[in-house]
Each structure stands twice: as C-alpha cells, then as structure tokens.
Ligand binder design. Structure first.
Ligand code: ZN
Length: 212
C-alpha cells in the first residue's frame, strides 16, 4: 500500500497496461485483504501461508487474458475443399462472472460450414480457452467466439452454444441447485436458414451431458 491507501502501482484514474510483476503484486495484496476481511491472519495461520502466492498463480495461469481468440485460431488454418458442416462438441469451458468474480463452467459446442478453409481441432479448444479468460458474461463469450471464427475462417456461417453452471447462482441469492444457463450465437447461414440451424442442433445433441 502507498500512503494514499492505494495498492502499490495502482493506476488511479488512468487505465494502463501493467506487466505480470505488477499484476502479481496486486493479486497477492487482494488475497491478503480478503483474508484480513474474514478476520484471518495471512502471516500466522498456517492454512493462509502461501495463499496470496497461490491466488496470484491461479489468476495469472488460468484466468487473466493472455491472447485474443483470433490469435489462437490463426495458428492452424488449412486450405480444404470440404464444404459440409463441422461440429466440435463438448469443449470444456471455464470463466469467471464479472458481477461476483465467481467461476462459471460448462461445455461449448461450435459448428461451422467451411468456405475453403478449416481449422485444427486443438485450435478450436484453444480459442474457447482464450475467449473465456478474464471476468466475462457468458453471452459475450458466446458471441465473441462466432465473430472471431467468421473473421479468421470466413466460413458460410458459424454457430456456438454454451451450457454452464454459475457459482454465483449456487452460492448467492436464490441458491438454485445446479441451474444450467444456455446461450447461443449464430452468424451467416446458421442465422439465415432455419434448416441449417436445425442440422446444427441435431449434431450438437447426444454428447455427454454436464456431470461431475
Ligand atoms: Zn455472478
């Protein structure tokens, strides 16, 4: 903390790009303050020793944005004459809601109809991971995936559905048990032609359902 009570390196009014060392400082301070707010002692209680460090690692490794969806997709675009619908089902997705900073997680399904270019399957998984990093609402993640697919591959159309469970609905407010939240986004022929959308829905089903 500096004398004004702000975290060290706090950008104040000016938003600026900060490096990972500064982010680590902030995250460790945030974890310490949360522990102190819960009447814990981050220095003496053995269970809290190392928690600020682990908290920062978790954010830096798994949650903080580290590249765009387009960058993930562009790594493996291949010319291909196959022109039928491709559906990749049950891609694991995990993110964090911006309203409560609590995790949401589930599965994404992406479909597209190529127009001369296809994408490696592993890159679709990477793109979903890139899309989900950072605190974001599920609707925006769903939309951002289809927009990036359209921009990078220029297919005849793209569709994405995400089914997820949000920890904030489990832990706060109505505390609904395992309520699932579904979002979908369609562009190109998936939006224009009901029969294409229907084919996507048929191919999307039959996958493993959410269970844990
Ligand atoms: Zn929330």
């Amino acid at each position: 903390m500096n004398r004004a009570g702000e975290p060290i390196g706090y950008p104040g009014e000016v938003r600026q790009v900060v490096n990972d060392t500064t982010k680590r400082d902030w995250l460790e301070q945030a974890a310490r303050l949360i522990i102190l707010s819960c009447d814990g002692d981050p220095d003496k209680d053995e269970h809290f020793k190392g928690t600020p460090d682990r908290f920062a690692d978790m954010f830096l490794e798994d949650f903080i944005p580290n590249g765009t969806i387009k960058e993930a997709l562009e790594q493996m675009v291949v010319e291909e004459t196959y022109d039928q619908m491709i559906v990749v089902r049950d891609i694991p997705i995990r993110s964090m809601c911006p309203h409560h900073l609590l995790p949401w997680f589930g599965r994404a399904t992406i479909g597209y109809i190529p127009n001369g270019k296809i994408i490696g399957l592993s890159k679709i998984t990477r793109a979903v991971e890139a899309a989900a990093r950072g605190p974001q609402i599920q609707e925006a993640v769903t939309d951002n995936i289809t927009k990036a697919m359209q921009e990078v591959l220029d297919p005849l159309g793209t569709a994405c559905t995400i089914e997820a469970v949000h920890m904030c609905t489990l832990m706060r407010g109505v505390k609904t048990e395992m309520q699932r939240f579904s979002t979908s986004s369609t562009l190109g022929v998936f939006r224009e032609k009901p029969e294409t959308r229907q084919e996507f829905l048929v191919l999307s089903q039959g996958g493993q359902s959410l269970s844990w």
